[in-house]
Design a protein around this ligand. Structure first.
Ligand code: ADP
Ligand code: ZN
Length: 750
């Protein structure tokens, strides 16, 4: 294949080959390839993809293939750290600069950037726009070149978005500062924002120049959406618990209040689920600690208010449960969308009980001007409208996706096959007679010039003798007690269904009063029948795949997960940085026993092949041996790997960690202690780093006279056999120092 784009000048035959080499993926996700190509052609871009769509790759791969350094702006330090860590673990030279880094460390990172050792630099916006940093950027531009500015979470420029950041407004200064140069430096803006207004704002605020705008579908095909009825508190908790127990993997449970969060956490913990709370009432330290535990799979379930999740990159969240009603559809879409970023099947459950409506209405009625105590009418009106749409979603009988995507202006045809309404259409029953009883009860109130809500109507129908019934003399109405044959819950369901089908109106003034409309009268006059859908009692499992070897695969998967956890803990990184679940799944299914087979696993790029293949293959072979499964002879044939493009030799993640501590001025012994490894391991890291050209000061580590002696020995016996060099030098010399000096020798002579 011949292509006329810049990457042809690199050593990769195709973009796919580069993708596999750096990230280990076999193919691009929808839209990615095109974005990468545009970026390689220096186009401005606005990339709008839903969470989990794979936005990062759209700038990360071009950064690696283009000349110069890419500057990545991102609003949250945690998010940056995550991405940089994941990149470094893939052997990609990325670094980050923010206020949490010591001046000395900052200096050394800046030196590495000017030294062409870095391809991606993550910066917080306020840092980027400081005069001193802009000065540094000028240097970078002159000496190394800037390939592009990538603006992640670009919706932060918009006041209409949900997390406006004033510093983002300043980013346009970048465009102006570099405008009169030989060429404009392209801006790649990325966001998961779904609303038109915010998208428009991004284009204007960042002054994008003839940008290519890519809007991906917001459909998330791997998510299963369902709404479950929320009965009594106990029933609701029981179902919640069963769902958590039945679903494998990590999950988030959203609640409306801190109190509810604490309550549910305590119950789950009591029932043996490893759950932790997250809400604004906890100290920063506790919140951070709980979040870290969740990300590192030390806690399986996070029970949280909606404050949790912004900036959490955890890709393998398997379920998100809304235990309480969300306030609007967009919020629900984004929060539930934190499930399944890795593209694997995940479940999004909304628990819906009519009682929640009143809670939310109460909260809406609380929206008052703090100064005057006057209700904020506009806000209340908007909030009420949004609540209506959530209720419509919860009570709908049509495809959940059609409703959600419709909210974002997307036309989804329905029949998605992965929502409760498509998979289990509710059994529908004719409830015309009951509807007539219900509506005529409301009509009786109206005759007396009164209005009431659903609960009172049900009380009258079921013949309650409570105060309000008696005081209003509603026990004298002809409809009093005509509905004893149905439970209050059934009547409530009917009432909600009538409202939802617009056969009855409910006021949205915070009081939820029932009012008859024209359609109600059609029902009362027997001109229209009423059908009601019922929710099946038991939810289904997401993917009940049955496989003959399923038990075996599961057992291996389990072991690989444990291995991954151990490796991750050793390096203090979250497990998914080592491998995503999908890679482990594929290892468990394919059970690769040779390097060549291992290299075909999705998520295994060249770095991870070197770093992890041996230990994972060993685990897989050991597993097969224990179970008496046939073992394949090792071929010894190395898999074909693409050579890295001309770049500094890349240090491994563990080497870079050593480097970081070394650059903070720590002695090798202290580094070894802190990292819980042997001193000799640190010494060989330093030797390897030195050889790769990283700034390691040999004079610090080996006295000059000894260096000279060792150099002499190497020149005499050659560099290859450490043993011979040492033999030549005598017992007064150690391997560590010989290795270090040999690295210098190699760096200077090879
Ligand atoms: P976003 O920023 O759009 O939410 P990310 O860039 O974090 O999404 O990507 C989401 C997940 O998808 C990550 O785990 C990432 O490694 C994975 N991913 C991205 N591109 C691909 C691809 N082409 N093939 C397989 N997995 C991918
Ligand atoms: Zn559907």
């Amino acid at each position: 294949m011949t292509v006329s784009i810049p990457y042809a000048t690199t050593q990769f035959a195709s973009l796919e080959q580069a993708l596999k080499h750096y990230f280990g993926y076999d193919s691009f996700r929808p839209g990615q390839r095109q974005m990468v190509e545009y970026a390689l052609h220096d186009r401005d871009l606005l990339v709008i993809m839903p969470t989990g769509g794979g936005k990062s790759l759209c700038f990360q791969l071009p950064a690696l293939l283009k000349e110069g350094v890419m500057i990545v702006v991102s609003p949250l330090i945690a998010l940056m750290q995550d991405q940089v860590q994941a990149l470094q673990n893939n052997g990609i030279p990325a670094t980050l600069l923010n206020s949490s880094i010591s001046p000395v460390e900052s200096q050394s990172r800046q030196a590495a950037i000017l030294d062409r050792k870095i391809k991606l630099v993550y910066v917080a916006p306020e840092r980027l726009l400081s005069e001193s940093f802009l000065g540094f950027l000028d240097q970078v531009k002159a000496r190394v070149g800037i390939s592009a500015f990538a603006i992640d979470e670009a919706h932060c420029v918009s006041e209409w978005g949900h997390d406006f950041r004033p510093e983002y407004r300043q980013l346009r200064r970048l465009r102006h500062r570099y405008q009169n140069d030989d060429r404009i430096i392209p801006i790649l803006a990325l966001t998961a924002t779904a609303t038109e207004r915010v998208r428009h704002d991004i284009l204007g605020q960042l002054e994008l120049d003839k940008p290519h705008v890519h809007i991906a579908s917001f459909n998330r095909p791997n998510l299963y959406y369902e709404v479950r009825p929320k009965g009594s508190t106990r029933q609701a908790y029981t179902e919640l618990f069963q769902q958590v127990q039945r679903t494998e993997g990590a999950g988030i449970i959203y609640c409306l209040s801190r109190k509810r969060v604490d309550e549910i956490t305590a119950k789950l913990q009591h029932d043996g689920i490893s759950a932790l709370p997250y809400h604004a009432g906890l100290s920063d330290a506790v919140r951070k600690d709980n979040q870290d535990k969740f990300i590192r799979d030390d806690a399986r379930v996070m029970v949280a208010t909606v404050a949790f999740g912004m900036g959490i990159n955890k890709p393998d969240v398997r379920f998100v449960i809304h235990y309480d009603l969300p306030r609007n559809i967009e919020g629900y879409y984004q929060e539930s969308g934190r499930a399944g970023r890795d593209g694997e099947p995940s479940r999004c459950t909304l628990f819906y009980g009519a009682g929640d409506i009143r809670t939310v209405e109460f909260l809406i009625a609380q929206k008052v001007d703090p100064a005057t105590g006057e209700p904020l009418e506009d806000e209340q009106r908007i909030a009420s409208q949004q609540l209506r749409r959530v209720i419509n979603y919860a009570e709908a009988m049509e495809c959940r996706r059609t409703i959600q995507l419709g909210y974002f202006g997307e036309d989804f045809p329905g029949n998605c096959d992965t929502c409760d309404n498509c998979c289990h259409p509710k059994p529908i029953e004719d409830w015309t007679l009951e509807a007539q009883k219900f509506l005529s009860c409301v009509a009786r109130f109206a005759q007396k010039g009164q209005r009431f809500g659903i609960n009172h109507t049900i009380d009258v129908l079921r013949g309650s003798k409570n105060d309000r019934v008696l005081k209003n003399e509603h026990d004298k109405l002809s409809t009093y007690g005509i509905g004893k044959d149905r439970s209050a819950e059934q009547w409530r369901l009917l009432g909600r269904s009538l409202i939802h089908q617009r056969l009855l109106d409910e006021t949205s003034d915070g009081y939820s009063m029932l009012e008859l409309n024209a359609l109600s009268w059609e029902v009362l006059k027997k001109q229209r029948s009423v059908m009601v859908a019922f929710t099946p009692a038991k939810p289904e499992a997401v993917n009940g795949s049955s496989n003959v070897d399923a038990a075996e695969v599961e057992a291996l998967y389990d072991r690989l997960q444990k291995l991954r956890k151990r490796l991750a803990d050793e390096q203090s990184v979250p497990p998914y940085v080592v491998f995503p679940n999908s890679s482990l799944r594929s290892m468990a299914n394919i059970q690769p026993q040779t390097l060549a087979q291992f290299a075909t696993i999705p998520g295994v790029g060249s770095r991870k092949l070197t770093q992890y293949s041996k230990i994972f293959i060993a685990e897989i072979r050991w597993f097969r041996e224990q179970r008496g499964l046939p073992l394949q002879a090792e071929t010894g044939i190395e898999p074909q790997l693409t050579p890295p493009i001309a770049q500094p030799n890349l240090a491994s993640f563990t080497q870079l960690q050593t480097l970081e501590l070394y650059q903070q001025g720590m002695e090798p012994g202290a580094i070894a202690e802190q990292r819980h490894v042997r001193r000799s391991t640190i010494m060989s890291h330093l030797a390897e780093l030195l050889e790769m050209g990283y700034p390691i000061d040999l004079d610090d580590l080996v006295p000059l006279d000894r260096q000279n002696k060792i150099m002499y020995a190497i020149n005499t016996v050659g560099p290859d056999a450490l043993g011979s060099i040492r033999e030549h030098l005598g017992e007064m010399y150690g391997y560590d120092e010989i290795r270090l000096v040999r690295s210098r020798w190699r760096r200077e002579t090879e």
